[in-house]
Design a protein around this ligand. Structure first.
Ligand code: PHE
Length: 344
């Protein structure tokens, strides 16, 4: 039994140790050979029981040796490493920040320096915070099933507002509503976060993307403040000499509304694929907060005014790094991600 336990608990660290085991138990001058030699001298009655035990013991040592040998053969590198302690260790693969995180942090830094704080909210939103409070008319096409991932929808039989609908937020403007409802002006905050839209996935569209929206509400906030803030932001992000232009636009929650273009930082206005040969790339939507929205959130629109803006981080990143396929951001392809390693 003493030997049985020894065999059962034997774990060699190297091929050499296993060989020592073989010689000790199974070798031509080994323990088992010795036991069988002694066996010849015992009485015939004893031979019957002892023979069985002896054979079982031999069997045990042989199977153990065979299986350990196979184990060492299939893991040669493990054995080699254990044997040769002078070998260098395995290198660690260095990770890197995701390009979207890099750009998001850069955007946050710029607005932080202007006194904007960061606000966050839930990705699963109700109709009120995502649409109604933001002045979306009941029949606005953006509420349509094609753009919004609804989680639960109130049946038409239910009376009253559509406030019962629950959806994945389609923009982080919902966080603006939450912020205004919960506090008192002045507000100066940016809202980074993931948003969802029911779009077919292609190089130019995805079912989710990332936004940074901003809100500034106080007494006497004007369109001039909006323009200067966003102009400053663009110069910080894309460098001195970048030009901007504002085009009139429409959003239910801002009036007046605009879209802002920047001069293409890739071709410097000469016309390239990135700006579709126009020299300009649209990067954000903005406008003065509609008085209806302020009122919906319990803020006196006679006393306060404000501006808001919203941009897609993917688009800003595309322009910065000349990335032409949105899908790269979510495919986790190490060959893509590795290229941002030095940017940490
Ligand atoms: N919420 C808008 C969007 O998702 C962006 C925006 C924000 C526009 C604030 C104007 C003002 O497209």
């Amino acid at each position: 039994t003493q030997y049985t336990t020894e065999i059962n608990t034997f774990h060699p660290d190297s091929a050499a140790e296993l060989e020592a085991f073989r010689i000790r138990f199974l070798g031509t001058k080994g323990l088992i050979k010795d036991l069988f030699d002694q066996f010849k001298t015992v009485s015939p009655e004893e031979k019957r029981t002892l023979g069985k035990t002896l054979n079982e013991f031999k069997q045990l040592a042989e199977t153990k040796y065979q299986s350990l040998k196979e184990q060492l053969e299939t893991q040669p590198e493990k054995t080699a490493l254990k044997d040769d302690l002078t070998l260098p260790g395995e290198g660690f693969q260095l990770g890197s920040r995701h390009p979207l995180s890099l750009v998001r942090n850069e955007i946050i830094d710029i607005f932080k320096r202007l006194g904007f704080i960061i606000a966050e909210g839930p990705e699963i939103e109700d109709d009120w915070h995502n649409f109604s409070a933001l002045n979306f008319p009941e029949e606005h096409p953006a509420r349509d099933m094609q753009d919004t991932f609804f989680i639960s929808k109130k049946s038409p039989a239910d009376s009253g507002e559509a406030a019962g609908d629950i959806a994945l937020r389609t923009h982080t403007s919902s966080v603006q509503v939450r912020m205004m409802e919960a506090g008192k002006p002045p507000f100066r905050a940016i809202m980074p976060g993931r948003v969802y839209r029911n779009e077919a996935i292609s190089a130019r569209a995805h079912c989710f993307f990332h936004q940074v929206e901003g809100l500034y509400v106080d007494e006497n906030v004007s369109f001039a403040d909006l323009k200067q803030t966003l102009y400053h932001f663009v110069l910080e992000l894309y460098g001195e000499g970048t030009k901007v232009r504002f085009r009139p636009s429409y959003f239910p929650f801002t009036e007046p509304s605009a879209e802002m273009d920047v001069s293409c930082s890739i071709c410097k206005g000469a016309g390239c694929q990135m700006c579709k040969y126009s020299g300009w790339v649209e990067i954000l939507g903005c406008g003065m907060v509609d008085p209806n929205v302020l009122e919906n959130c319990g803020i006196d629109p006679e006393k306060y005014t404000g501006f808001a803006f919203g941009m897609g981080i993917e688009r800003i990143t595309n322009l910065k790094y000349q990335i032409r396929d949105l899908r790269l951001f979510s495919e986790n392809d190490i060959r893509f991600l590795k290229q941002f390693q030095t940017e940490i």
